[in-house]
Write a protein that binds this ligand. Structure first.
Ligand SMILES: [Zn+2]
Length: 162
């Protein structure tokens, strides 16, 4: 008997066995094939479960982990290359660009963490237009915030920055 009930949608006899199917693992805009997968697919809802008698689940999960690891690695290498091109230490990069934990940059660069999308975009923007770093320095000086605040709340008396 080659059909069984789907445990996802409950339809009787809706799951059919397949072998040697090629599925993809995906991360962001990257996909990779995993070939020779065996499992069951529901004709009613499309649910797929891997065949426990094969190594399909393990190979699929390993391929997903490997893709993630390799993506983190290349993004980390890119972060490091651009940071060095901008002549920033990791500490300066955190202060100017990312905020947050002081060792965040080192974890991104080692490929332990995925850099947040806005930060990764900012780094790639600075790679293409490194002169914009001067604008970021100016924004971080605080004079811009003081100017905005004084314009909005002119009655407040300002004190020297400690
Ligand atoms: Zn189903």
């Amino acid at each position: 008997m080659n059909t069984r009930q789907c445990l996802s949608c409950g339809t009787q006899e809706s799951m059919q066995h397949f072998e040697r199917r090629s599925l993809t693992v995906n991360y962001k805009d990257v996909s990779r094939w995993v070939h020779g997968i065996a499992g069951w697919e529901c004709r009613a809802c499309g649910e797929i479960i891997f065949d426990n008698d094969t190594d399909s689940a393990e190979r699929y999960s390993d391929a997903g982990d490997k893709l993630l690891e390799e993506c983190f690695h290349v993004m980390g290498a890119e972060m490091k290359r651009i940071r060095r091109k901008l002549h920033l230490t990791q500490k300066e990069a955190v202060k100017l660009l990312s905020g947050g934990g002081h060792n965040a940059f080192s974890r991104y660069e080692r490929g332990e963490l995925s850099p947040p999308q806005p930060l990764f975009n900012l780094m790639r923007l600075l790679d293409r237009h490194p002169h914009l770093l001067a604008e970021i320095h100016a924004m971080n000086e605080g004079s811009e915030l003081r100017r905005l605040l004084a314009a909005r709340f002119p009655e407040q008396e300002t004190a020297p920055v400690p």
